[in-house]
Structures are given as structure tokens and as C-alpha cells.
Design a protein around this ligand. Sequence first.
Ligand code: IPM
Ligand code: MN
Length: 352
Amino acid sequence: MGETYRIAVIGGDGTGPEVVAEGLKVLHAAAAKFDFNLELTDFDYGGDRYLKTGEVLPENAAEELAKNQAIFLGAIGHPDVKPGILEKGILLNLRFALDQYVNLRPVILYPNVDTPLKDKGPEDIDFVVVRENTEGLYAGAGGVLKKGTPDEVAVQESINTRKGVERCIRFAFDYARKRNKKKKVTLCGKTNVLTFAFDLWERAFYEVAKEYPDIETDYAHVDATCMWMVKNPEWFDVIVTDNMFGDIITDLGAMIQGGMGIAAGGNINPEGVSMFEPIGGSAPKYTGQNVINPLAAIGAAQMMLDYLGESEAADAVDKAIRNVVADKLKSLSAGKMGYGTSEVGNLVAELV
Ligand code: IPM
Ligand code: MN
């Protein structure tokens, strides 16, 4: 009998539970094939629980989740709850409480997928964004004065600590080495305007880079990064950036890889408990219709296997995703795949 992994499962809101179910299907198939066990614990965190109990998260949520080796999350965001309450109260709260300081978001063009970058292929679109995940504009620093009056003032400050920035940059260099592809890390910033924050980033970046003489360095402003991601995505291998820029450029990344249906991510604490999720949100309008694409969630499960050290199983899931995308699906978009959500899960699970 192989290793047993304790995994916390948060289906969450909207289509979250449906895509997580398909991810679990593939994980079970991988467990059977590669001889490991899964001990799953369900957590009902999300909008429905909040509407019923008035509580966003129980006091001991992070503590309970931390009893597991990883967390598999569907999506957070409910149409009947004011935007921000669940996102901040659950998602950001857990990222911060579990100190998941890197948000790791691969941008991969799978075979036979239509991208708006018509003349680019899978060999051109294959990079990873390392997004700082606990600081920046997301830290919640700032405040409001004279709210609701004509003199209202709102300040939202970006927090950048040397420690927080440096550990994220170091993760990016280690990851470039581990990926062993172009061996290049690009810092994405805005040194020409955000002269305090990105001065710190830039100094930390080039100091850490000295420890990695085998890794090439590059710098691009965030606006230019958006341009190059569309024009010359093959220039990128690992992009490291702050929380807000990382949020924005990974939605663009999802689009150039063919859409939100295939975009996976991991909230990583290399010394603690990490949380893996599809990056696309809860897509409430598709809930319960068996039309949402589960491949982003299955991709998140694949990242989780890799992180747990089950690299053979992770490779098998990766190959299965590639085959299903290349040979079966008509499109990656919800309702246009030519298969239902659970059929896509079956196809991947069978190949594994
Ligand atoms: C993401 C999402 C979240 C973020 C929201 C839901 C708070 O957009 O994971 O990218 O901004 O980080
Ligand atoms: Mn986002």
C-alpha cells in the first residue's frame, strides 16, 4: 500500500462543486493506478453556508484545514452575496492565514486549442506566473475618511515587505531551475511609476539572481508584459510579479491558453499547506447544468499531485488532459465542448 494523503475539499460556490467532483474522479483514478490513498474531508465553506448561518468562516477554519496535506478548492463567489464578502472572507483570508505566499499559475497552450494568437503553438505558449499572494494591494492597508460626503477620501496602499518579496522571488528562481526549460525569470513591475514598491522588488530581484547564475533574468513593465504575452509569449518562462499585477496578467494568460476552462492554479506555502484551485471563479450562470469545463479543476488536481510528490501520477494526468483536449473536445468553453462536465471527467479518468 502506498502513501495516504489527507486532502481537504472545498467545493465552494456555483460550478465549484461540479468541477471539483470531476477533479476527484481523476484523483481516484490516479490513486488506483499509482498505488496511493486519499483521505478526503469535505468543508462546506461558501455562499450557501454564509447565507444560512451568517458566518463567513468558522473561527478554527484555517486550523482545521491545516490538518491536511493540501486543499482542493472549487470556487468562491455567490450571486446573492455582495461582492467582496466571500472573496475576502474566505479566499483571501485562507491564502493569508495559511501563508500561501505564492500563487502559481501556469499558462500552457494545449494541442489543437484555438488561441487568438493564431500563429502560435504549444511550443510558444508555455510559461508560469509566480504571483506574490499575501501582500501588495491585497493586504488591506488604507482607509476611508468622510465616507459618503463630497469630501470623501479613500486610500488603498500597496504593502511590499523585503521578506515577502524576497521569498516569492526566490521561489520563482527555484521554479525556473526545476522546470528546466528556458531557465529565465522575468520580473514584471512598474519601476517607472511605482518607484517605491518596485525599487524594492528590483533590488531584491537582482540580489537573489546572483545566487542563480544558471538562470537568465529579464524585466518588463506590466503594461508591456501584457503586450508581449500576446505578441511574443515564447519569450516567457517564469514571470514573477506582485499580487495585483499577477491577478490581472493571469486572466490574460488564461485567455491566450484558450480560456478560463483550462486555467489552473496553486496557492503555495512551500513550508505549509497549499491550496489548489481553478482560477476562473464560480460561473453561477452555468451551475448545475453539466456544461462547465472541469479541466481547470483537473489541472489544479494535477498540480496538487505534483506538489505532493506523486510525479508519475501528475505526468499521467497531464498527458490525459492533453489527449482529451487534442482528440476529443470541440472547444474549451462551457457548453461547447461536445461533452458534458462529467463526461470530460470520465474521459480523463479513463486515460489515467
Ligand atoms: C483570483 C481571483 C481572486 C483574486 C478574487 C476572487 C478575490 O480573481 O484568484 O485571481 O483577486 O485573487
Ligand atoms: Mn483573478
